[in-house]
Structures are given as structure tokens and as C-alpha cells.
Design a protein around this ligand. Structure first.
Ligand SMILES: [Ca+2]
Ligand SMILES: [Ca+2]
Ligand SMILES: [Ca+2]
Length: 136
């Protein structure tokens, strides 16, 4: 009987080990953002946004973001070879308007964006976007 109870305990212990992943109650946060000129024509058309933790891509709604100097942005998962459900997203806008040295401000109005544990991103006002290096 002793041996059987030990066997039963193993899955319980394993369950505890993975439990921390589902205990994430911290909201994600913006850490950094920079402009990118992906086609090297001298004006930028994308901003790369870094979060404090992985973001659930299906919760990203570009309509909740607003970029100073430009206005509306769009979101596509694979922009610039980006990976799904990591801590980086790319937001795009029409090329030819924003100089490579411009440093616009990014706003986020709370909407659907969540980390992979379902915690929502709070409001972001005037987050500084740095002018990224020109690609070769
Ligand atoms: Ca979190
Ligand atoms: Ca460009
Ligand atoms: Ca990504």
C-alpha cells in the first residue's frame, strides 16, 4: 500500500511544478519601442514594440494603438520575421511619411491585448518610440 501511494503522489508533484505558469496575474507592460525602415528607403513604416513578457498575438488589435505624427497603425503577426506569442510585436503604417530620425509617441487605449496568461495591458500614454538604426 505504501508503494501505491507514492506512485499516486508523483503526478501531484509534477502538477505543482508547472502550476507557476498559470499563476501569472501580472499585467504585461511596454518596455521599449523603436522605429524601423524595413525597405531602407529613408522613411520608417514599422515600429517594433517590446513587452515585459510574451503576448498572445490573437489579442492584439491595431485599432487600440495610436501613433503620434501618423495616426492609425496595422498589425500583422509575421512582419519582419516576427514570431508568434513572443514578447515582440510590429505595428506598421504607410511608408514615405515619417523620417528615420523621427521619434513619435505611442498610445494604447485599453482593449483586448493580453499576455499569454490572459492579463490585460493597461493604458499607455505618450510612450516614447526611439529612432531605430537604419537597416543595411
Ligand atoms: Ca503576466
Ligand atoms: Ca521605409
Ligand atoms: Ca511576436
Amino acid at each position: 500500500m505504501m508503494r501505491l501511494s507514492w506512485l499516486l503522489a508523483i503526478p501531484v508533484l509534477l502538477g505543482c511544478g508547472t502550476h507557476a505558469v498559470f499563476d501569472d496575474t501580472d499585467a504585461p507592460a511596454l518596455v521599449a519601442a523603436k522605429t524601423m525602415d524595413l525597405n531602407s528607403d529613408g522613411t520608417v513604416e514599422t515600429i517594433q514594440v517590446l513587452f515585459s513578457e510574451p503576448i498572445a498575438d490573437e489579442t492584439v488589435d491595431a485599432a487600440d494603438f495610436h501613433l503620434d505624427l501618423i495616426g492609425a497603425v496595422t498589425f500583422e503577426v509575421r512582419t519582419n520575421g516576427d514570431r508568434i506569442h513572443d514578447d515582440v510585436i510590429h505595428l506598421s503604417f504607410p511608408d514615405g511619411f515619417l523620417r528615420a530620425d523621427a521619434e513619435p509617441l505611442l498610445d494604447y487605449t485599453p482593449g483586448s491585448l493580453e499576455d499569454v496568461s490572459g492579463n490585460a495591458l493597461g493604458p499607455v500614454v505618450d510612450f516614447p518610440v526611439q529612432a531605430g538604426p537604419l537597416l543595411p
